[in-house]
Design a protein around this ligand. Sequence first.
Ligand SMILES: C[S@@+](CC[C@H](N)C(=O)[O-])C[C@H]1O[C@@H](n2cnc3c(N)ncnc32)[C@H](O)[C@@H]1O
Ligand code: SF4
Ligand code: SF4
Length: 415
Amino acid sequence: MRYGTRPGRKTPDPAWKNGQNLMVLDDTLLRAPYIIDVWTAGRRKKRMASERCAPNVNPLTDSLGRSLFRLKRLVQPVAKRALFWPGIGPVLLSMIKRSPMRNISVMWSVTYKCPCRCAHCGVNDVKDRSKVELSTDECYALLDDFAAHPFAISEIFLFGGEPLVRRDIIDIIKRSTSLKLRVVVDTNGWLVDEAMADRLAEAGLEEARVSLDSPRKEDHDRNRGLAGCYDQAIRAARLLHDRGVRADLSTFCTVDRMERGDIAAIKEIARENGLDGVRVLPIFKSGALADEDPLTPEDEQMVYSLLEPGFTYYELHVVDNPKSKFICSTMLKMLFAVSPYGDVQPCAFCPASFGNIREEPFNDILERMWANPIYDHDCHTCLMNQPATPEWLDSLSADGDVRKNPVLLRHSCRR
Ligand SMILES: C[S@@+](CC[C@H](N)C(=O)[O-])C[C@H]1O[C@@H](n2cnc3c(N)ncnc32)[C@H](O)[C@@H]1O
Ligand code: SF4
Ligand code: SF4
């Protein structure tokens, strides 16, 4: 059993298939023995370096892990629902936000390059041709820092741009999995043929979220600005699924799309192709969708009616439960982002840098960022969809001392 991530490639626990960005309590329990093990050793970095390829399992913590895993199965359903109980929920959420045992994910845009030209994409706003993307060695050093972080960084979402454009992406995945980091990729699927699917699966990729904007081929291809993108997305998801990588279709959700029946049709497509599920994304007010109105609570009722436990989940919900509330992992300090240039951001959709890993130790930046008042909000809605965020972003300057104030990452460079 690996404690750095979920046990096994294909988990037997269907709870993983639900709102999986917020494995608050279950995963913390799973990681506990691993963390204790590392802390008692006292020198996590050294230990990680020496065990990078062949982690040893301490029999004491292994047995503790097994017990906690059993306990987790009993406690998890109640604990997740308790997050929404009046009185108890807010206390639990604030405890999680402060807990050194909480589970942290990194949304890492490894490149802004991409063969698509999606109408809704915000990458053009942050792409800067004058900057150089992180080299392979810089990526490795960053991964080592993730693994050595005193909190439990356990999961990496490879994001972009199109992450699979990077020539060293397989090496980055291999390095991540050898450091016990669980790897998930967000992809348009364009570069996944049989050979690439083999390499991704062999490297230890656990999950792929393949974007599908519409159940209609012509609409998807038009929106993505790339003929053949629809067929390739389905093919990529099937190839990965066939090799044991969890493969979901991923689609963002507007009222128009729901009313047209697009989300329901995408669920059908996922079923017909034997895929693992469908991820429904809300609209984040970012990039080309910055002026879109986010879904209202009434609109969200429509989304809930489309969810199916274990198959169709709404991003960031703790459970596929119509009564659950939206919880943003960023606001819980359980998620942060790194740009291809090394900027540390609250989320990849938030164009604010709190520092650059080329200039400062990653942990110092993270601590500074998490001390910022934007995290003081008790509401756990999407940072990008909070009414005060546009004004906060407008107040930031594109230059200045990032150690004092976050820097705005906005450019007008077109690809
Ligand atoms: C930014 S892309 C990066 C990975 C990859 N290139 C892809 O298209 O899947 C990740 C996903 O975010 C979605 N997305 C982009 N901007 C969005 C926004 N403002 N709100 C919600 N989803 C968005 C995209 O449609 C895509 O499915
Ligand atoms: S494929 Fe992904 S990164 Fe590329 S333009 Fe579309 S949404 Fe943006
Ligand atoms: S800030 Fe918004 S886009 Fe970012 S993780 Fe939270 S909900 Fe998602």
